[in-house]
Design a protein around this ligand. Structure first.
Ligand code: MN
Length: 248
């Protein structure tokens, strides 16, 4: 099995190393990752400049001056022939729960794999300590996908509680919860006395009840949420058809 590994925390991130080491036990891993931390890059593609690639290890590790989506796009459309069998992204340093998936570069790297019809998994650790636990589950999930493929228009968003493996209670299949609106921005003055603003931390969890990804994590379970890219709100279509009738 040929496994393409990427992330959004950058080529030097500890989580990326843990993921690729674990997956090397079950397949042939090729790493294509951003040259620096691109967390929050979402699905952005670099269109205003060419992508520069550094080959760190031939056929094994490549660093891309670009976004997570650029990395997977380049790997699949240019670098790898034959294509990989699966794309795995992560292990992200921190949660990708609920609304986070909209902003996440970790999820975006997986999504780019899905656009190409490949099975894709986004792995995140809800913390920064027990990467070995997340690496273990990455291996389990990739093996499971190999034996029981899912529809190719879906990706798996996996969050692992930051606990030693023997304290994790198991796996729950979940839906996305959501967060309250973000905190206010953090305002400061730059050294020249001009105001600058930092994006603040994400909002507190709001819809975090039973069945959500937030809930599973809080209870000490690994959360797997199947995602698809079709964001259509189907239950509003009928009402909107009525809504525009008078204008037609
Ligand atoms: Mn990240």
């Amino acid at each position: 099995m040929k496994i393409l590994v990427s992330n959004d925390d950058g080529i030097h991130a500890h989580g990326l190393r843990c993921l690729s080491d674990a997956l090397s036990e079950i397949g042939n891993v090729i790493i294509v990752a951003p040259d620096r931390n691109r967390s929050g890059a979402s699905n952005s593609l670099t269109l205003d400049s060419p992508l520069r690639i550094d080959t760190l290890e031939e056929d094994k590790r490549y660093s891309v001056k670009g976004t997570p989506t650029d990395c997977v796009h380049f790997a699949v459309n240019q670098l790898l022939d034959p294509w990989p069998d699966i794309v795995v992204s992560g292990i992200n340093h921190g949660a990708n729960l609920g609304d986070d998936v909209i902003y996440s570069g970790t999820v975006a790297a997986a999504t780019e794999g899905r656009h190409m019809g490949l099975p894709a998994v986004a792995m995140s650790l809800v913390g920064e300590t027990h990467f070995a636990s997340a690496a273990h589950y990455a291996k389990v999930i990739v093996q499971q996908l190999q034996h029981h493929p899912l529809p190719s228009d879906q990706i798996l968003n996996v969050n692992v509680p930051d606990l030693p493996l023997d304290q994790i209670k198991g796996i729950k299949i979940t839906r996305l919860g959501n967060r309250h609106r973000d905190e206010k921005m953090i305002a400061m003055l730059d050294p020249r006395g001009k105001p600058v603003y930092w994006v603040g931390p994400p909002g507190a969890k709001q819809d975090a009840g039973e069945g959500t990804d937030f809930h599973a994590i809080e209870q000490g379970f690994v959360s797997i949420t199947p995602l698809h890219v079709d964001m259509t709100a189907y239950n509003s279509i009928a009402e909107l058809i009525n809504w525009v009738k008078e204008y037609q």
